[in-house]
Design a protein around this ligand. Sequence first.
Ligand SMILES: *[C@@H]1O[C@H](CO)[C@@H](O)[C@H](O)[C@H]1NC(C)=O
Ligand SMILES: *[C@@H]1O[C@H](CO)[C@@H](O)[C@H](O)[C@H]1NC(C)=O
Length: 255
Amino acid sequence: MLAALVAICMWVFFQTLDPRIPKWQLDRSLIGTNPGLGFRPMPMNNEESTLIWFQGSNKTNYQIWVDHILQFLDSDKIAKGNGQIKTCSHSDPPKADEVCEVDVRDWGDCNKDRHFNYHMNAPCIFLKLNKIYGWTPEYYDDPNNLPKDMPKKLKEHIRNITSIERRTVWITCEGENPADIEYLGPITYYPSQGFPGYYYPYLNREGYLSPLVAVKFERPVPGIVINVECRAWARNIRYSRSERMGSVHFELLID
Ligand SMILES: *[C@@H]1O[C@H](CO)[C@@H](O)[C@H](O)[C@H]1NC(C)=O
Ligand SMILES: *[C@@H]1O[C@H](CO)[C@@H](O)[C@H](O)[C@H]1NC(C)=O
């Protein structure tokens, strides 16, 4: 009895000592927390606004958005520590002492040298899932059992790829109404259409980088406010458009 008690005390003691493990992890209820989706750039001057409005022909104008993205990518950068950065893949996930790299070269046109494509009126928006300690996604990885409201194109994509690649938190961006869908036009996702499963669970390892998805709007119609919703897809991400759960909303206006 006494030995067991001592063991438990020691365990609790060491748990609280490890600075990387948040104390509230012991509160099971929080493990079920919904990870929020975020986007950049965000409108800066007005907290309430979700309008991304720029002139691709006016460098002074679009540079504000470009700088905002750069700031975000910078602040998100690796605090290089003892963790080993590794180029991960579904077949080569990180080991206990490794973290996966996030490579800006995987983002196509969505890079600094190309002004994140704002000058081409085909802007890139970055999506990120909030970090929740210990959270592990439950994937939509069974092509025969996908949610009814999942966009057809994503379903097709999931059917097209190998089962190991299906271990992904999927991302879709769409116009909110039929007119928005038409105005928004085609979309490309870099490096792929979601957050690969090998980044999870998040365990606050030294040097951990959040995976990002760069969403490139190839040719949105200019001069019109387009309502866009981007959504993250996993069984344990709750979704509600009205409460902005598991999704983000913004408007795009290109002058
Ligand atoms: C370019 O953008 C800046 C900043 O938004 C603005 O002050 C300026 O008037 C714009 N120039 C033109 C030619 O529209
Ligand atoms: C799925 O694969 C087919 C055949 O290779 C291809 O034509 C189609 O574009 C692919 N669809 C998606 C969404 O990747």
